[in-house]
Write a protein of this length. Structure first.
Length: 759
């Protein structure tokens, strides 16, 4: 038996040398730096199998932590297949929260709880916080409970108990009362024997810090600690792990600093960057052989991420064929972006590509609207992953309910949705009386609400609130004929308090909802009337929901992490959109580096083909602004890309030769002036003047493409034009910036001049 491979355990077969080293290096701290698509799950599960197979530890002596239940389940199943039933006895394999809950139930009395404590869900948490806010005589509309909940969750993720919240942090809510309410909230939770998800780790951190005997118990119990996705750990998770590992130091962390993209959830990329400092003598093993993507895709992604300074560094390589270069495609505007992607997907489908193998990745959720409308128009099946379809999102449904009320006051379902959204102080009793009157007299709810105002059925406060709403609806209806419907929608959302409601909620989710509302208003401008737009929405909502057919996947880059597709379209790579200007404004260089990591994640989702798209024009808050390509486009190595830039009708717009400058816009967002490629890029965009500001890089165009009421000067009666939805047609009438066009297939339509190009 000289052939050692004959005796090799099954879990080592197929591993490359670095993977094998990570599996066999069992003692001491180990950082497995695993690039995208390098088989880190295989190495991680093989390491766990090795510990069990060689009897280095019993199943109950290994702490294996993941971020999702799915990852924990997959690890358990894989190890079970490798070493048999021993894995079933692993009580400490699970998510951070699951393991934290298991520990806390054993020591609950040390933090004033009983072992049968309740874990509150989000609704219960908000209800409790609202009670405390009202009792403290704080205006909940101005300082929403959801904002306080987000702040408390942030403090807990940082490992801060109420006593640790200083005056500066406390100022972030209700003029300095944040810390006080946090303490009251924690006291109330203990009084009802409950905790929230943040407490599961925070309470255990407090226990481990203040009860040496408990800490030593777990330090002795866990011979080996393994952590997946270490780059996504927040402060409390980091501190909890470091305490448990300090005695034996047999901790193996798997992660990729280049894929740390969740700072908005509390993740700290610094945790993985300082691993060697936290655990002196740690062995860093780099997994760099990629099994997913072609060399051109890896080269493009590597060229971008190399511009980050805060990274440990690695170079991905593959044995796969070179494949196609990454395409960089420039289009005229957002509608053309959606049209062009739709055409290419249909062509791929005719060539035999399955739609399930194609994905469109966007930076922000509001970007999906253009694609959804286009795909519905051409009958291309799609699905939204990680969120609802655009017109099914909560804030869009609310806004459309307001519009339906204005368009058709007898719409009872719309009235029920908006009557107390945002909160108007109308209780269940008041609304029940409106319903009773409507049923008794056979009236729509809106008319019943108007009638009941002339009675003494309601309290004075309820009568005032309901009266304002009824009056607003009547006033908005009077404005339908005198105000453009998109402008009316914007006014309704502002005057109803709906926009202010989301502005008051200072969270990443609220910011996204406001972007979606802006996108809704932009979408309305394409339709000739409010009724026509609502009809379009109704048809969209009635789309066949049969999910058995193959579908194109549309999702945000954040939602795509961990997934892979043969063909990927990366949309909206323009300054201000990606990288997000809001993120850079709020976080500076640190946020810019996370945006670049997001670009790296996006490119490495592709197995065979990747297309990066940037548009020369975007509509932002109702106004066309010209865009410049993302700085990340300028960072793509020229040997790995193929650039193409066209606009509708095939007319050449400009061709960027990024090989001349590695980073043509590097200095712009840093506020240090224009990068070396600025003049060249600006000149190729036409007669334009670019202005760089900390808030947004915009272009003041002197050409005829504008949204002003004066209309375009390059259009005339009888001229043949192209519209991305209705096709080719001839201009029949011109009124300011509105056109009547006789389309060859769609008949006569009234459209905005900014939506047509000269054919």
């Amino acid at each position: 038996m000289n052939d050692q491979s004959l005796a090799e355990p099954p879990y080592l077969k197929g591993l490359n040398p670095p993977q094998r080293e990570a599996v066999l290096t069992t003692d001491g701290p180990v950082l497995m730096l695993a690039g995208a698509g390098t088989g880190k799950t295989a190495a991680l599960t093989a390491r766990l199998a090795h510990l069990l197979y060689t009897r280095k530890a019993w199943p109950s002596e290994i702490l294996a932590v993941t971020f999702t239940n799915r990852a924990a389940r997959e690890m358990r199943e894989r190890v079970g297949r490798l070493v048999g039933e021993a894995v079933e006895g692993m009580p400490w394999l699970g998510t951070f929260h699951a393991i934290g809950a298991k520990m806390l139930r054993r020591h609950a009395e040390l933090v004033g709880l009983q072992s049968n404590f309740t874990i509150l869900d989000t609704d219960d948490q908000l209800r409790l916080l609202k009670q405390l806010i009202i009792a403290a005589d704080i205006d909940e509309k101005r300082f929403p409970a959801r904002s306080l909940a987000g702040l408390i969750d942030e403090w807990k993720n940082k490992g801060l108990a109420p006593a640790d919240v200083d005056a500066g942090e406390s100022e972030r809510y209700a003029n300095g009362r944040g810390g006080e309410l946090y303490q009251q909230y924690q006291d109330r939770l203990k009084a009802v024997n409950a905790c929230d998800f943040g407490d599961l780790l925070l309470h255990m951190l407090v226990i481990l810090r203040t009860h040496r005997d408990v800490l030593e118990q777990y330090q002795q119990r866990f011979r080996y600690i393994m952590v997946d996705e270490y780059q996504d750990t927040n402060s409390v998770q980091y501190l909890w792990l470091r305490l448990l590992a300090q005695e034996r130091k047999n901790i193996a962390c798997v992660g990729d600093d280049d894929q740390s993209i969740y700072s908005w959830r509390g993740a700290q990329v610094e945790n993985i960057l300082r691993f060697e400092k936290d655990f002196p003598g740690a062995k860093v093993i780099r997994l760099e052989q990629n099994y997913r993507s072609t060399p051109h895709i890896l080269g493009a992604a590597g060229g971008v991420i190399a511009h980050n300074s805060g990274r440990l560094g690695k170079t991905l390589w593959t044995e796969l064929d070179a494949g196609e270069k990454v395409r960089v495609l420039g289009v005229w505007d957002g509608p053309e972006e959606a049209r062009r992607v739709g055409e290419e997907i249909e062509a791929a489908q005719r060539g035999g590509t399955t739609l399930d193998h194609i994905a469109i990745l966007v930076r922000a959720q509001h970007q999906t609207r253009e694609f959804e409308d286009r795909f519905i128009a051409i009958g291309l099946p799609y699905r939204i992953v990680g969120g609802a379809r655009f017109y099914e999102r909560l804030e869009i449904r609310d806004a459309i309910a307001y519009l339906r009320m204005v368009n058709q006051p007898a719409d009872d379902l719309a009235f029920e949705r908006i009557v107390n959204t945002p909160k108007r102080g109308l209780g269940d009793k008041a609304l029940a009386k409106v319903h009773q009157l409507a049923r008794a007299e056979g009236l729509p709810l809106t008319l019943a609400a108007a009638r009941i105002l002339d009675t003494d059925e309601l309290t004075p406060q309820a009568r005032r609130s309901l009266g304002r709403l009824v009056g607003d609806i009547a006033r908005w209806r009077d404005m339908v004929t005198s105000l453009p419907h998109a402008e009316l929608a914007r006014q309704i959302l502002d005057e109803s308090g709906y926009t202010a409601m989301w502005q008051a909620e200072k969270s990443a989710e609220a910011a996204g909802r406001l972007e979606n509302l802006s996108e809704l208003v932009r979408a309305m401008e394409e339709y000739e009337s409010l009724g026509a737009f609502l009809e379009h929405v109704s048809l969209v909502m009635e789309r066949d929901g049969d999910n058995r057919q193959a579908e194109v996947t549309i999702m945000t880059i954040h939602a795509a992490k961990g997934l892979e597709f043969d063909t990927v379209f990366l949309a909206g790579w323009e300054e201000g959109l990606f990288p997000s200007q809001r993120a850079i404004d709020e976080g500076g260089t640190k946020s810019l580096e996370e945006e670049r990591r997001l670009a790296y994640v996006a490119i490495t989702r592709a197995r065979r083909r990747a297309t990066i798209i940037h548009a020369a024009n975007r509509r932002i808050y109702g106004q066309w602004t010209s865009s410049i390509p993302s700085r990340f486009v300028g960072e793509l190595p020229p040997e790995h890309i193929e650039a193409e830039t066209t606009m509708s009708g095939g007319e050449s717009l400009w061709r960027a030769n990024w090989s001349e400058h590695a980073d043509p816009f590097a200095n712009v967002a840093r506020g240090t002036g224009r990068g070396p490629g600025w003049q060249r890029a600006a000149g190729q965009m036409g007669q334009s003047t670019f202005t760089a500001t900390p808030k947004r890089i915009v272009e003041t165009r002197t050409s005829a493409v504008s949204l002003g009421n004066k209309g375009r000067t390059d259009l005339s009666l009888g001229q043949r034009v192209f519209h991305q939805k209705f096709g080719y047609g001839a201009i029949a009438e011109i009124e300011g910036n509105k056109l009547e066009i006789d389309f060859e297939s769609a008949g006569r339509k009234r459209v905005m001049d900014s939506f047509v190009t000269i054919a």
